[in-house]
Design a protein around this ligand. Structure first.
Ligand code: ZN
Length: 314
């Protein structure tokens, strides 16, 4: 005979079993994610490697010497997202393709936005350039990493995102982030000192690509937008003439090129305007390993050296 007491005991055993299952299931779901950090582009990958301990593998969707603005994800990239433990992006509209890619991949983990908390500058308007498809010129300027002080914010966001995802590694992540922040603070101070030693009227240059607004604001360099400049197609004779006039009128010291611009045309423009071609600046991608800009710190040092050389009379 089954007593009511027995019944209620049986029920409570069933209830206990259900409770135990409920306790176990979330624990299984909270199992440590794959130790793979997938960043959107090479500069972010380098920063993440500085912060992440060796247990975490860090890669980039858009590699060295490649343009993240016009990146077109392929099925292979979708798989990489699906297999990632954490995804890190710049934000501020830099990766116009990321939302679609996350959705297509089925990746359900967090997406760390490295610029979270950065007060964005407005993108320079009035012209377009070779890779303007990716971000709108009336939106925020996404190139915040060009100010080393703001890169400190990237490091904070990376450290917080990585620590939350891999709590067992949090201590070493925080220690590495602190050491990296100290290096960045020293670099920032050194850049400020070097540029402030140059008379202000010499700190006026024309880049081939509107990516240096944050750099200019931080270190007191005037990066003039080439007026009416369209590099997507062959610039008109009138646009070339306007640019030459601008160089003369505004006392521009140097014109800079990137791998996306026609070097011969920029050389001619510089010569006719009485400026020089100051060299190659790296804005949106690192160089290949062993190149002049194969880490974020070396990229900023290279750009500063290149700019300072062009501003200093020989
Ligand atoms: Zn850019």
């Amino acid at each position: 005979m089954t007593s009511p007491l027995c019944l209620s005991r049986r029920r409570s055993v069933a209830a206990l079993t259900a409770t135990a299952a409920a306790l176990i299931t979330p624990r299984l779901q909270a199992a440590e994610p794959p130790r793979r950090v997938l960043t959107s582009f090479s500069i972010l990958a380098d920063m993440a490697r500085e912060v992440a301990p060796a247990e975490l593998e860090v890669t980039a969707l858009v590699g060295v010497d490649a343009d993240a603005h016009v990146f077109e994800p392929r099925p292979h990239d979708s798989r990489r997202l699906a297999e990632a433990g954490l995804v890190v992006v710049n934000g501020l509209g830099f990766e116009g393709w990321i939302d679609r890619l996350v959705k297509a991949s089925g990746y359900a983990g967090p997406v760390v936005v490295a610029t979270q908390g950065v007060a964005p500058r407005k993108a320079a308007g009035g012209h377009s350039h070779g890779h303007s498809h990716g971000h709108r010129h009336d939106g925020p300027d996404p190139h915040a990493w060009q100010d080393v002080a703001l890169a400190g914010r990237y490091v904070d966001n990376l450290a917080a995102g990585l620590s939350a995802r891999w709590p067992s590694l949090a201590e070493v992540i925080q220690a590495r982030a602190l050491a990296y922040r100290q290096r960045l603070a020293a670099l920032d101070a050194s850049l400020r000192t070097q540029f402030s030693a140059v008379p202000a009227d010499r700190r006026r240059v024309i880049p081939s690509h509107d990516a240096f607004g944050y750099f200019g604001a931080a270190y007191g360099v005037e990066f003039l937008s080439p007026r009416g400049w369209v590099t997507g197609s062959e610039p008109s004779a009138a646009a070339v003439a306007r640019l030459i006039r601008q160089i003369r009128d505004q006392g521009v010291r140097a014109v800079f090129v990137e791998n996306i611009t026609d070097t011969r045309l920029m050389e001619r423009i510089a010569k006719e305007g009485g400026a020089q071609v100051g060299g190659v600046l790296y804005s949106d991608a690192l160089s290949a390993p062993g190149g002049p800009a194969d880490s974020y710190v070396r990229m900023m040092e290279h750009n500063a050296r290149t700019l300072l050389q062009a501003m200093t009379p020989r």
